[in-house]
Design a binder for this molecule. Structure first.
Ligand code: A2P
Length: 274
């Protein structure tokens, strides 16, 4: 059965979720249904993905109780600011067809806008009102985290960042640990690129598993929350068959060596100007 990770605010998040970045709105419905049928109870979307309606439809059509599903969405950068955040959140809820989300994230700090602190204050209000069970951030660096924690006294429960075996975010994870922040991995499979790596392939052969399952297991074995993206029902199913094996110390040592801070695939949050 699946594992959950406990937040500092007392809520729990299923460790493996379905990512839907780049899943079109009209296929998100089927992807979410396939995931819920395979046993997933955690779906991760965002306003900017343009598929919140499809995700909401998939949840409804699945017949799984809303309260048994952990649903995350994210506030897009151009809606940052106190009032605009509250408005954007309502629009997300409408598109999702639900009256609460389990986790709401500030998608990027977008430091050039100088609005992420005001945005965080709106998030605190949404949590107080109960429309959001837990509040967190995505792509935040230590200085952004320090600012919102210092100014509000409220620590995000989670920071969702780019993280895969060849880009392990060791320093940031140490910072999170000090502050009781859970780390969540986006592009956990390195956008699929890592699955070709010969070391990963060798470990997969050894366990009679696929490369994707090995990489997902690597995230799990380090206490990370992981959201592999697939729009393909077979791969969605495959990516959830990860609860009945474990990597050994040799595997972990091999994968630890793949780490290289030069392997970031997405934008650097410090300099991203969107
Ligand atoms: P697809 O949606 O066609 O399955 P990440 O989560 O790191 O961003 O990786 C997502 C990419 O990896 C997508 O291109 C996805 O393609 C592919 N992918 C996801 N799961 C698997 C799998 N089990 N085997 C091979 N490719 C996969």
């Amino acid at each position: 059965s699946q594992a959950t990770i406990k937040f500092a605010d007392g809520h729990e998040i299923p460790q493996v979720g379905l990512g839907v970045w780049q899943t079109p709105n009209d296929t998100a419905d089927a992807a979410v249904q396939a995931a819920l049928e395979a046993g997933y109870r955690h779906i991760d979307t965002a306003a900017i993905y343009g598929n919140e309606e499809g995700v909401g439809k998939g949840i409804k059509a699945s017949g799984v109780d809303r309260k048994d599903i952990f649903l995350t969405t994210k506030l897009w950068n151009d809606e940052q600011g106190y009032d605009s955040t509250l408005k954007a959140f309502d629009a997300s809820l409408k598109r999702l067809g639900t009256d609460y989300v389990d986790l709401y994230l500030i998608h990027w700090p977008s430091p050039h806008r100088e609005l992420y602190l005001d945005t965080w204050k709106a998030f605190i209000k949404l949590k107080e009102e109960g429309q959001v069970k837990s509040i967190g951030v995505s792509n935040f660096c230590p200085e952004h985290l320090e600012k919102i924690i210092g100014e509000t006294g409220v620590t995000p429960v989670i920071n969702q960042v780019e993280l895969h075996p060849d880009f392990q975010q060791t320093e940031l994870r140490a910072f999170h640990e000090k502050h009781g922040i859970i780390t969540q991995s986006w592009s956990p499979l390195g956008r699929g690129k890592l699955l070709e790596h010969s070391d990963v392939a060798a470990i997969a052969r050894k366990h009679g598993r696929t490369a994707a399952q090995v990489v997902i297991r690597w995230h799990m074995d380090q206490g990370l929350v992981v959201i592999p993206k697939s729009a393909n029902p077979d791969r969605i199913k495959q990516n959830f068959q990860v609860f009945d094996f474990k990597l050994d110390a040799d595997d972990m040592a091999t994968l630890a060596k793949l780490d290289d801070t030069g392997n970031r695939m997405g934008p650097d949050p410090m300099t991203a100007d969107f």
